[in-house]
Design a protein around this ligand. Structure first.
Ligand code: KIV
Length: 277
């Protein structure tokens, strides 16, 4: 079976079907996310604080992001795999941006790439234009853009016309420029529900929201939040399982059984002559 393609995404969008996306950073989780019937798997730079043990997304290197993407690619059969360009892997020059984005598709097996755009961010809009001209499907990302967290100063909701927020107009203009540059879809992160609705109405490509309310074309969440592997919980997210407790119980049982001599048992050991060998 072929993976979900750009035309498949557009068909679902045209039919008014809600699109689904989750992040994954390694093969075992990506396999289960894929088995769950998701449309798109984002190998997000949220790997920084959800997989690699950094405080945020800023330290994630190109090589780490490529390695995560390749691991996900090896495990996924059906979903579209989207590689997320990490901080400063794009933007320093067009040549470097094209080369680095190309590595996600040529070396890591991504079907598309995603990059963040600041309000009116000319540089990344030009990059989207160039990448799409060269045949790389690009997903945009506006609203709260975590790679600019040092500038923004915190996880402030965007599109609120307040001091720590960019204006709705800036988000609308930027979304339209990203669409004109050729992006096939757009992530809207941490914006008011009204802003999510207005941006969705203003563009003719699917908007994928995370903390963008109900009137967008699809939703994305970070897998560690969904599975209960995070240490914090967020209003914009929802936990669907409690893997922290399940893993902790499994480890405690293993420790107890090893200490009590219950594991390994006779069925786990090898005899000199064994029919099952
Ligand atoms: O890196 C990531 O996980 C993301 C999503 C929050 C959209 O960019």
């Amino acid at each position: 079976m072929n993976r979900v393609s750009i035309p498949d995404i557009h068909e679902k969008y045209e039919d008014g079907e809600s699109l689904t996306m989750l992040t994954a950073y390694d093969a075992p989780i990506a396999r289960q996310v894929d088995n769950g019937g998701i449309d798109m798997i984002l190998v997000g730079d949220s790997a920084g604080d959800n997989h690699l043990g950094y405080d945020d997304t800023v330290p994630v290197t190109l090589e780490e992001a490529l390695s995560n993407t390749a691991a996900v690619d090896r495990a996924v059969k059906n979903a579209m795999v989207i590689g997320d360009l990490p901080f400063l892997s794009y933007g320093s020059s067009m040549e470097e941006s094209v080369k680095n984005a190309g590595r996600f598709m040529k070396e890591a097996g991504a079907d598309a790439v995603k990059l963040e755009t600041a309000p009116y961010g000319e540089t990344s809009i030009e990059i989207i234009d160039r990448l799409t001209e060269l045949g790389m499907p690009v997903m945009g990302h506006i609203g709260l853009t975590p790679q600019r967290m040092n500038q923004i100063g915190g996880g402030y909701i965007q599109g609120r016309d307040s001091e720590n927020s960019t204006t709705v107009e800036a988000l609308l203009d930027t979304a339209q420029q990203i669409e004109e540059a050729g992006a096939f879809s757009l992530v809207l992160e941490a914006v008011t529900e009204e802003t999510g609705k207005r941006v969705t109405e203003a563009v003719d490509i699917p908007t994928i929201g995370i903390g963008a309310g109900r009137y967008v074309d699809g939703q994305v969440l970070v897998i560690t939040d969904v599975l209960g592997l995070s240490e914090e919980s967020y209003r914009l997210s929802k936990q669907y399982a409690d893997l922290n407790s399940i893993i902790c119980e499994a480890v405690e049982s293993y420790v107890d059984e090893v200490q009590d001599g219950v594991f390994p048992a006779s069925e786990n050991v090898f005899d000199t002559i064994d029919k099952e060998d």
